[in-house]
Design a protein around this ligand. Structure first.
Ligand SMILES: [Zn+2]
Length: 318
């Protein structure tokens, strides 16, 4: 990352743990915050849209006066049926969103004083929110695109292209007008095939994108989603032009491998999509650390519940 940008991001006003405890240190503070984020204009019945309701205090339920539908502050959200204090959730969200690199379930278990299984489930629910949120955003502008294998060799020579026991994913970085990295997506794909890259591009790239990739044939499929495509063959010895074209995507791939390799002992291949999203989510929101927690919570309140059974299944392709 360039010096100017690095400084701007590194020296921005952060969000201290003291501020977290001042703002969200009690259950009441957390409840009030979640209420405002979920129903900014006051309670609305999800069944019939009526605003008139009463609060059943004993069970902390809101009941609609018209259709008698009952909802709790967290029903229908990723926090649904949690038995943990909200303060524990807020602290977990704080630690994970503010972490420079990933924070493992084991580290979370130690920091929060909850069981390892509880920490694992919280960690994966939080990453699921990040994934669903990042999947909604499409990249725009000039895109550097590359193919990567998780569990493979260090990127560069690509000796592992097509090897078994490696999970393929695409890394895409968009550049801003100054040619600096802006946003990125990393998504696991079924393989580096034309049909798969077409599917991925239609989901994650705006049709106005101008995509630069190496010579891997399947990348031409981004044209099927309306994007422009420039192929730069890097095989014949490094030239300045070809290296420059992939600077950012190569940097990000290096960062994600280093970050995930350092923070996580072993990442299960079936959960790789969530880990990649966690990394991208933080990167894509790096400009404003103070808004990280509220923005995350608003997204979490819109993310449907995810029972442990589903959380443990392998994730679908990005
Ligand atoms: Zn109702």
């Amino acid at each position: 990352m360039g010096a100017v940008m690095k400084n701007k991001i590194q020296f921005q006003k952060g969000y201290s743990i003291k501020e977290l405890f001042d703002n969200y240190g009690t259950e009441t503070q957390c409840r009030d915050a979640l209420f405002l984020w979920r129903w900014p204009e006051g309670y609305v019945c999800e069944e019939c849209g009526d605003r008139h309701h009463c609060l059943l205090r004993s069970r902390a339920l809101y009941q609609c006066n018209r259709c008698h539908h009952q909802a709790s502050l967290i029903s229908g959200t990723i926090f649904a049926s949690t038995k943990l204090p909200l303060t524990t959730w807020f602290l977990a969200i704080y630690l994970i969103t503010q972490a420079k690199t990933g924070l493992s379930a084991l580290a979370l278990h130690r920091q929060l004083g909850v069981s390892y299984n509880t920490a694992w489930s919280m960690k994966h629910k939080i990453m699921q929110v990040m994934k669903e949120q990042d999947d909604r955003n499409v990249l725009t502008g000039v895109i550097q695109l590359d193919d990567v294998y998780w569990g493979g060799e260090i990127h560069g020579e690509k000796p592992g292209r097509g090897s078994p026991n490696k999970t393929p994913f695409v890394a895409a970085v968009s550049a801003n007008d100054q040619g600096r990295p802006h946003k990125m997506n990393m998504n696991v794909v079924a393989g580096f095939r034309l049909s798969e890259i077409e599917r991925w591009a239609k989901r994650h790239l705006d049709p106005s994108c101008s995509v630069v990739s190496d010579g891997l044939a399947c990348f031409a499929a981004v044209k099927e989603s309306g994007c422009e495509h420039t192929k730069i063959v890097t095989g014949g010895g490094p030239s300045c032009v070809s290296l420059e074209a992939f600077t950012w995507v190569n940097t990000m791939i290096g960062n994600v491998k280093r970050s995930m390799g350092g923070a996580y002992h072993a990442i299960s291949h079936r959960h790789l999509p969530r880990y990649l999203s966690e990394f991208c989510y933080r990167f894509n929101r790096r400009f404003d650390l103070t808004k990280m927690l509220p923005r995350f919570c608003i997204a979490a309140l819109r993310t449907p519940p995810m029972p442990l059974r589903l959380l443990k299944l392998a994730e679908a392709y990005g």
